[in-house]
Design a protein around this ligand. Sequence first.
Ligand code: 3PG
Length: 332
Amino acid sequence: MATIVPYTFEKKEEKALYFTSFVKGMKVLIATEKPFAKAAVDGMVEILEGAGHTVVRLEKYTDKTQLLDAVADVDALIVRSDKITCDVLAAAPNLKIVVRAGAGYDNVDCCDAKARGVVVMNTPGQNSNAVAELAIAMMIFMSRNCFTPGTGGEIKGKTLAIHAYGNVGRLVGCKGKALGMNVIAYDPFVSDCSVFECDGVERVESMEELYRRADFLSLHIPATPQTKGSIGYELLTSMPKGATLVNTARKEVIDEAGLCKALSEREDLKYVSDVAPECCCQMNEQFGKRVFATPKKMGAETAEANINAGLAAARQIVDFFETGNTKFQVNR
Ligand code: 3PG
């Protein structure tokens, strides 16, 4: 069992004392099965080494044992969608902080990290524009028969329905408006209505209404126990004729059996996803160009997004060790 690090402190002085002992000389591992762009890694190394830390890298690893070995003596870890499960945390007795350079942190076992006193952070907003651009690109791609010959459609004038109005959803909405789409959104977790008003986006009161009106439904919900498998047959078959479901969120939020049933019964529906569904081959065979999935998750695969998220992760680690700043902690 790892040493429990007391990251909630009774007194300010205790906190100051704890963190001064870590200010420099921490070992930081950048572990990315899908590596960052070189410019991002260079910038991260510069920030971390500039603050007196040592950086080690594990990129394009093919086996979990490589990750288990690499974490053995590190104090901090930067990852992307790499799975930081309890066995990885158990193999890292010195670990104090994991930063997921990106938005979704469903790849990190946050509860186990908390039990071990390991702080988990994400870097919200840093790669959102890349994902939002991909969502729009996917809408156009599906409207134009996957760029194969034949008459397609335009997205202008269509209703773009955004499911979850966070950093990415909001950007997709703004881009959709700029392209002449009628944008509506649903997010029960955004209590401040002025966010929607200020963007000129109509807020709808229920998920059912959102799907019922969506020519394009852009998904931006995180994968949580509550959302996994939550988008299925009923919602999909309530969508208007010719509608397209665009998933740049997580494949786990889709009830794939329900999706396949909806696509079988409704020959007008389309599904486009960043990350292949489990039953992708069968879907491609059965539904042809009505279904498209990227071979590997590519929403945040731009140099800009890599640089923004990677540098933010490095800065957050430096700040955490220097001041104890846990602003972006997600496992309190
Ligand atoms: C995110 O949650 O930030 C995106 O899904 C990007 O994930 P990636 O870093 O694995 O590309």
